[in-house]
Design a protein around this ligand. Structure first.
Ligand code: SF4
Length: 482
């Protein structure tokens, strides 16, 4: 029997799909070849609702599966993730009666139980999930408890170089625009033992880079009394990485309010923790930030960027920005523009505001920035950020950087630097996949770099984790506007 999982959205969904695939393969199912996805008897869509576009995509795919099911009533359709949510997973049953099983984010049991006994247990299990949600008991009980080591799906075993490990599920912050807390529930940290067991299991299946995931990853442990914090968790995972030959560890996403000096010092100290921080600002204007309920000001964010750069040599900082939040004026938008222009961050994930039903901003604020204006603002930020990235990357020209090679793309090896910058190089002499390689940068652009192997017998640099080039952008005239 074949299965196919379509994954939409963030890395948390990628990790959830991996765990679902692992459970299915444990039951004897096999992944359908991507070219023959429609032949799978079990079809899962792991959904995202952060933006309307992602939600529309899920419904579009469901319509196709519905038609498929009309032709083949034995087809099993599973709907997973944020569209389903944790609070009332069965609420979409009326709208999509052709869906066999509704699977809350980070859960595998509803599907595995359904497949074990399609006719009787399915309803019982889904009803049970709903009942638990109604009783508001899901917070502890719905954290998946792995009964066995995490086993990657067959096509990724020995092949996947970089994998994600969730460490905190859900979020309790409630930014006014965000649907995540409604769909993924309150913040729940995973026990250290579970995380370590996942890291070891992934390492033994060939994974060389682990990214620890959380909606606010630096709040790790705050929901457990006397629990470890993220800095302590990183120390434990670092030790495991040394034992298991995992070369690199990353973590995301951080929130400016929870980033501590201790955490930054830990990143600076431990060689396998990469100098790469993802910390969204979302907007550069204090009124917009307050309306978003982000909990910090532009100046506090600027200070944090300075603190991160002062503590972690050669660090890359990524941010997220939403343009066209309700009420955002041209002047307020320009504050965001100038933040990007002057702070010179390594990457900015840009999004146009789209109201998500049920959120505070959708209920109480008018979506009053016209779509065309949102697009214009988005394009302006894209342009300025492109220039900043071109400028940052140009500093690598002629330098030797260490890349972890992930795969090939159009005949070239593709890898990433410690700062997560994409590098391509050509070499047919050997298989570099999963290796740390020192390469010399020969061309740079805003989104990637080209490189070549230096003229040495063997440029392989596995385990020499101390060659991070010190390219750090300083903010230009950072104080000018604040
Ligand atoms: S911190 Fe804010 S934006 Fe991030 S998941 Fe939580 S509520 Fe959403």
């Amino acid at each position: 029997m074949k299965y196919h999982i379509q994954t939409l959205g963030c890395q948390m969904n990628v990790a959830d799909s991996q765990r679902l695939a692992s459970a299915l393969e444990g039951m004897g199912y096999q992944a359908a070849h991507p070219d023959e996805a429609d032949t799978a008897e079990v079809q899962i869509i792991n959904t995202c609702v952060v933006r309307q576009q992602a939600e529309d995509k899920a419904w579009g795919r469901l319509q196709l599966l519905k038609k498929q099911k009309e032709r083949n009533p034995n087809l099993v359709i599973g709907l997973m993730g944020c569209l389903v949510g944790v609070k009332d997973p069965l609420r979409l049953r009326k709208k999509a009666p052709y869906v066999d099983v509704f699977i809350p984010p980070s859960e595998v049991e509803p599907l595995t139980a359904f497949l074990q006994d399609r006719t009787t247990q399915a309803d019982a299990v889904t009803e049970e999930v709903a009942k638990r949600a109604r009783l508001n008991q899901y917070m502890d009980e719905m954290i998946p408890q792995p009964e066995r080591d995490l086993v990657l799906p067959v096509h990724e075993r020995g092949d996947l170089i970089s994998a994600h490990v969730p460490v905190v599920y859900g979020c309790s912050h409630a930014c006014t625009f965000c649907i995540i807390p409604f769909r993924r529930g309150v913040e729940r940290s995973r026990p250290v033992g579970e995380i370590v067991s996942d890291v070891r299991a992934l390492a033994r299946q060939g994974v060389k880079e682990i990214t620890l995931l959380g909606q606010i990853v630096d709040r790790y442990g705050k929901d457990i009394s006397d629990g470890p914090n993220l800095a302590e968790l990183l120390r434990v995972v670092h030790r495991v990485a040394e034992e298991e030959d995992v070369y690199r560890i990353r973590f995301l996403t951080s929130h400016p309010n929870y980033m501590t000096q201790k955490l930054l010092e830990t990143v600076a100290e431990l060689p396998r923790i990469m100098p790469h921080i993802e910390v969204p600002i979302q907007a550069g204007d204090d009124t917009v930030l307050a309306n978003m309920k982000r909990g910090y000001t532009r100046q506090q964010y600027r200070d944090l960027v300075a603190q991160i750069r002062a503590t972690i040599p050669g660090v890359a900082i990524h941010t997220d920005i939403i343009v066209g939040f309700p009420g955002e004026t041209e002047a307020q938008f320009m504050e965001t523009y100038h933040v990007l222009e002057t702070l010179k961050l390594d990457k900015a994930h840009l999004a146009m505001y789209s109201p998500r039903p049920g959120t505070v901003s959708a209920r109480r604020m008018e979506d009053d920035v016209p779509k065309r204006e949102k697009k214009r603002r988005h394009q302006m930020l894209e342009r300025v950020q492109g220039q900043v990235q071109a400028e940052i990357n140009a500093q690598y020209l002629g330098q030797t950087v260490q890349v972890l090679v992930e795969d090939t793309h159009k005949g070239k090896w593709r890898g990433r630097t410690p700062q997560n910058k994409l590098v391509f190089f050509e070499d047919e002499s050997r298989n570099w996949k999963g290796q740390l390689v020192d390469v010399e940068v020969t061309w740079t652009g805003p989104y990637s770099m080209q490189a070549r192997l230096p003229n040495t017998e063997d440029s392989r640099a596995a385990h020499s984790l101390d060659t991070i080039p010190l390219v750090t952008m300083q903010p230009v005239d950072a104080e000018r506007r604040d």
